[in-house]
Design a protein around this ligand. Structure first.
Ligand code: GLU
Length: 285
């Protein structure tokens, strides 16, 4: 399964084993599988957050997906096996001069953002946009418990990019953000958390490339994050897949289903006698 499948649509479902799969996951998995060419749907386990992931949830994920009627080739990629690849990519970014170590804790960032000279707080895909306190620190100064941030300004200048964009087959229109809008609305995101050596953004970009994913199917909640991924792909010289940001499954109050929402766990529907066809009907897939 290595390499890019020439002309084929290869997709993946990439859950974190931090709880039971619920209806929202079923929708994401079934959508990715539906969009893939035959035998081109992959499963990937996003288990970099060791504090929240449990092995038991991983086997439950396999069980639920098989029950839904999905299958995928072995071996399944697991992010926890890929730490050396993430470290190599950080080295590559370090050589480009587009990352820096950051010692700020959440409270430091909050305090910096509430300083009187700062304007209204802007919330980006990962929370408040980082005020840049540690920007400019050299990587040679990195302490073991520092996070590593992208220097978005340097990255955009290095690539001479005035816009970052991607193609999305589900959300028509051209998706491009200007460099100033990227800096103001997204900013210097964390590429390696201090307890992990990587982050969702860095891992997902490297894994999609390593698995030859040609169509990334994911929820609309990650739409803005895709601009970060597009920038990382350009920096690391990786191919850009096509995107498909799908609608989110919400409860009767319009609230997005979360992993903690065990009431909608697939396993419970199964125990209550629902069939996979009932689940598909419920989700409209
Ligand atoms: N592990 C991520 C999630 O469950 C995957 C996101 C993605 O598809 O990029 O939301």
């Amino acid at each position: 399964m290595a390499g890019r499948a020439a002309g084929l649509r290869r997709t993946r479902f990439a859950p974190s084993p931090t709880g039971p799969l619920h209806l929202g996951h079923a929708f994401a998995a079934l959508t990715a599988a539906r969009l893939a060419d035959p035998s081109q749907f992959l499963l990937r386990i996003e288990d970099i957050d060791r504090s929240r992931c449990r092995g038991g949830w991983e086997s439950a994920i396999h069980e639920d997906l098989q029950w839904l009627g999905l299958d995928w080739p072995a071996p399944v990629m697991r992010q926890s096996d890929r730490l050396p690849a993430y470290a190599d990519a950080l080295d590559q970014l370090g050589r480009l001069g587009v990352i820096y170590p950051c010692r700020c804790r959440r409270a430091d960032i909050r305090a910096a953002l509430s300083a009187p000279q700062e304007g209204a707080q802007v919330i980006g895909p990962d929370g408040p946009v980082y005020p840049g306190t540690c920007r400019g620190r050299p990587m040679s100064d990195a302490a073991p418990d520092d996070a590593i941030r992208l220097d978005a300004g340097q990255a955009l200048a290095l690539l001479d990019l005035h816009r970052i964009g991607f193609a999305d087959e589900a959300v028509p229109g051209t998706h491009r953000i200007t460099a100033p809008a990227f800096l103001a609305g997204i900013g210097d995101v964390v590429l390696a958390r201090r307890d992990m050596g990587t982050s969702y953004h860095l891992s997902v970009v490297l894994d999609d490339a390593a698995q030859g994913i040609t169509l990334v199917s994911r929820g609309q909640d990650l739409f803005e994050s895709t601009y970060i991924h597009a920038l990382l792909q350009a920096l690391l010289g990786l191919p850009q897949p096509l995107y498909h940001h799908h609608r989110l499954i919400r409860d009767e109050h319009g609230k997005r289903l979360a992993k903690r929402d065990d009431a909608r766990a697939l396993r419970l529907y199964r125990e209550q006698g629902c069939s996979p066809a009932d689940i598909r009907r419920m989700l409209g897939v």
